[in-house]
Ligand binder design. Sequence first.
Ligand code: HEC
Length: 401
Amino acid sequence: MENYLIEIAHLVLRYFHVVAGIAWIGASFYFAWLDNSLQTPPQEKSDKGISGDLWAIHGGGFYEIAKYQNGPQQMPTTLHWFKWEAYTTWITGILLFSLLYYVGADANLLDSSKSDLSKINAILSSLASIALGYTVYRLLCNSFLVERSYLFTATIIVLLAFWAWGLDSLFADKAVYIHIGALIGTCMAGNVYHIIMPGQRYLVAEVEAGRTPDPKVGLKAKRCSIHNNYATLPIIFIMLSNHFSHTYTHQYGWLVLIALIMIGMWIRHFFNLKQRHINKPSILISGIAAFFALMLAIAPWSSFAPRTNAKQVSNQQAWSIIEKRCTECHSATPRSAMFSSAPAGLMFDSMESVKTQSEKIYTRTVINQDMPLANLTNMSSEERQTLAIWIEDFRLKNKGM
Ligand code: HEC
């Protein structure tokens, strides 16, 4: 029953996290587009203090949008703020993260082949890595570096690489990705909470008092929102990354992540420029090319080689390995205390289902080697080898050879 309740909490948190994330990133994309697309207004509008204007059509109506950089002469009665999208995404994200990686630390956070941290120490290190990472980011944002965007970006990338490498020496592969995601998400939500919102409250107060706001405050908030904008594509990938075990289980998974983050930011850069009518397809093309070059570089080449081992493995031998190491979880009635139903809906209750899923089994137990989960059922490398031979033979037979 307890596991079932955890499953429900997981569903609710993940669902709200995704919905809130869509709202937040959607708003971020929209406002970035808006800002980049504003045009110089006609004279009568700029006389009123309008610094940029734009017309749009959507949902069967026309919209006239005007931006007052320094606020309107008079505050409107209703002013819409955008903050709860960010806060809700962060809160549900941290709760989801805690549920999966702290409550579920044995399966998702700890990796005894990398470090022998106790559960409590692992959780404390995990929290510290995020808190410290955020502090470093805030300090950097207050330093001279922030005005030199290329140098700032390079520093952030080097620091992220250092963080990912450090996390990789402590935690399970999948957890490394999510930690970097949690750190980036915390910086993004922190930007909203610590910089953007106070900046906007200041702006409103100044306008209400009839004073001209100090443009530096607006500029600082704008810079944070640009940082958030560049983080969007990378963080969406990280949110989805646990579906792509070939990335995080790679020997240099942490470096693969950094490369993917850079590619995401580079592609975002293309769109940001394009919205300002600076069309540089070379950025998009090089970004896509870099992605495929990376996928090529991390391809599991050895598994494509024809097998040379003459050893034969019987169905019975393969079956007994699966039964011993997998069906504790992957069964219609899991024996594991962690699952009330088969994880990923994958059940190995008959030889038929093992055969139909054999390619998936091969990927996760032979190539990526991230199944059994956290190797909780102690599968040996000989068993992986045996299973590999059986599946490779099965492949040949299926091809009619
Ligand atoms: C302790 C529980 C546990 C054990 C034991 C376990 N798995 Fe898994 N397995 C999971 C969980 C949880 C997932 C879903 C998360 C993921 O894909 O990383 C999963 C996912 C998978 C997937 C991906 C399914 C899909 O459709 O994407 C495959 C394949 C798989 N397991 C194979 C195996 C094999 C083969 C074994 C035995 C050698 C095994 N697992 C042992 C928990 C377990």
